[in-house]
Design a binder for this molecule. Structure first.
Ligand SMILES: Nc1ncnc2c1ncn2[C@@H]1O[C@H](COP(=O)(O)OP(=O)(O)OP(=O)(O)O)[C@@H](O)[C@H]1O
Ligand SMILES: C[C@@](O)(CCOP(=O)(O)O)CC(=O)O
Length: 465
């Protein structure tokens, strides 16, 4: 008998524009999906003779990467409780993904009465975690538990949760999780599971990007998730029934999230520079929100102007993408000309020639300058180090390199990374800069890959198992 194995993968993210403002559902954020992915491979168990089916998630790249849960379904309420077979090692994201999907499927009636056991193997691209400087194999193995391996900030928990939810939906409900009609359910389940595991309701841009790929994101109202009761921990009929009902409602209702596709236009590249440092996002969010609340009209004016600059960058990227398709000659001629020009040179060229394409390039440069200007006002006003002085120097140094349209501190900002938009043909020369202003930068081999969750060809993956 051949075992039907499947593999679903989801990408990491770069949060290019819209940090903080995205917490208001009306504001857009530009989030691009990256070439770094997390893969979840299902292997069904052949033995169906267990009284309690188990779901085992293995993450063989990390020490102790095995989390196993026995499932027990209440015959009266259909609530499924999980008991950890490996209680000493906890993985909140794995546990939450399993509990949320299985209970949702139990609530809808899609979960069969005799549930088969399942093993899911996780593989994650090396880019998610810091690697030693010597060459490492693809899917490198670490000698430490997952929580102890330093992260690079690409949204590993969102990609993990999304690929796991996709694998579980496919196996237990024969749902094709990557079909466009199922993506809403996949997205909502992954958001609920991710928020529960994180213990907070964030804006959800990382999960949305893992599902939909590169997008203009508008968040959901946080009350959608915060209104969901916590999963009952002792077996009592009434809370179990009401939990399942609420879960089903929350997953199936329209969250009105914005997930329109928006990618970096062809022949341009997103270039990420890792800057060794770290930032505490929740503390920064608190400072920014306090500054906005206490800052009166002047803070509100900065918030609004920054929002307009974000919208301008997004609209420009969308229109440039259209130009690249509809006016390929004009577009290509202009892109050929910017490889030797720096940020202000590209702006000049754009204003003096290049037709609509040139105007759009100049507009992109301006939008990035305006975003950075307002982020710096927010930095000094709030005390949150969004674009700290060191990052200002680095971004300014980047903008005098040929082929650089501009760059920002991604996400919440801080000392983690810089994110540049550059001409593809200039990448090799830009990444040669590793001294002086660039001495703390590690140029990453990542690129944008706009696709969200997808099913992989098992033949390609098999060799890594
Ligand atoms: N390959 C993996 N295997 C198992 N668990 C993983 C894997 N990758 C991530 N996780 C889970 O996600 C947790 C990391 O989540 P966390 O939110 O701290 O990081 P992140 O999503 O990468 O953050 P950031 O938003 O800064 O990019 C790990 O401790 C682990 O529980
Ligand atoms: C500040 C914020 O808008 C972005 C945080 O992004 P990151 O964790 O730095 O990738 C918070 C959020 O969107 O949840």
């Amino acid at each position: 008998m051949t075992i039907a194995r499947h593999c679903f993968s989801a990408p990491g993210k770069a949060f290019v524009a819209g940090g903080y403002l995205v917490l208001d559902p009306e504001n857009p954020a530009f989030v691009t999906a990256l070439s770094a992915r997390i893969y979840a491979i299902t292997t069904p168990s052949l033995s169906l003779d267990r009284t309690l089916p188990t779901i085992t998630v293995l993450s063989p790249q990390f020490q102790g990467g095995e989390w196993s849960y026995s499932l027990c379904r209440s015959p009266t309420t259909s609530f499924v409780s999980l008991s950890a077979v490996t209680p000493s090692s906890r993985n909140p994201f794995v546990q939450s993904a399993v509990a949320t999907v299985i209970n949702y499927l139990s609530a809808t009636g899609a979960l069969k009465t005799s549930v088969a056991s399942l093993r899911i193997t996780i593989l994650s691209d090396n880019a998610y975690h810091s690697q030693p400087s010597d060459p490492v194999p693809q899917f490198n193995k670490h000698q430490l538990p997952i929580e102890a391996v330093p992260k690079t900030g690409l949204g590993s928990s969102a990609a993990l949760t999304t690929s796991l939810v996709a694998a579980l939906l496919s196996f237990y409900a024969s749902i094709d999780p990557v079909a466009s009609e199922s993506k809403k359910i996949l997205h909502n389940l992954a958001q609920v599971a991710h928020c529960n595991a994180q213990g907070k309701v964030g804006s959800g841009f990382d999960v949305a990007c893992a599902v939909y790929g590169s997008i203009v994101y508008h968040r959901f109202q946080p009350s959608i998730i915060s209104s969901l009761p916590s999963a009952p921990t002792s077996s009592e009929n009434e809370p179990e029934v009401s939990y399942l009902l609420s879960l089903k409602n929350v997953i199936e209702v329209d969250w009105q999230v914005g997930t329109d596709a928006c990618a970096i236009p062809r022949r341009l590249r997103l270039l990420m520079g890792d800057v060794t440092g770290g930032s505490e996002t929740p503390a920064m969010v608190q400072k920014v929100l306090r500054w906005r609340k206490d800052g009166g009209q002047s803070a509100e004016a900065v918030w609004t102007t920054l929002g307009k600059a974000n919208e301008k960058l997004i609209a420009t990227m969308i229109e440039l993408g259209e130009q690249a398709v509809e006016k390929p000659d004009e577009y290509d001629a202009f892109v050929d000309g910017i490889v030797n020009a720096n940020t202000s040179g590209i702006r000049q060229l754009g204003l003096s020639r290049g037709g609509r394409t040139g105007q759009l390039f100049a507009q992109a440069v301006d939008a990035i300058v305006e975003i950075r200007h307002n982020l710096r006002i927010m930095t000094s006003g709030s005390g949150a180090q969004i674009e700290p002085v060191e990052q200002t120097k680095l971004l300014d140094a980047c903008s005098v390199l040929p082929g650089v349209l501009g760059g920002v501190v991604p996400g919440a900002g801080g000392y983690d990374a810089v994110c540049l938009i550059v001409a593809e043909a200039a990448v090799d020369d830009i990444t040669k800069h590793t001294d002086g202003e660039f001495k703390n930068v590690k140029w990453l081999e990542l690129r944008e890959e706009a696709t969200g969750v997808r099913e992989e060809d098992m033949h390609e993956i098999e060799k890594f198992l």
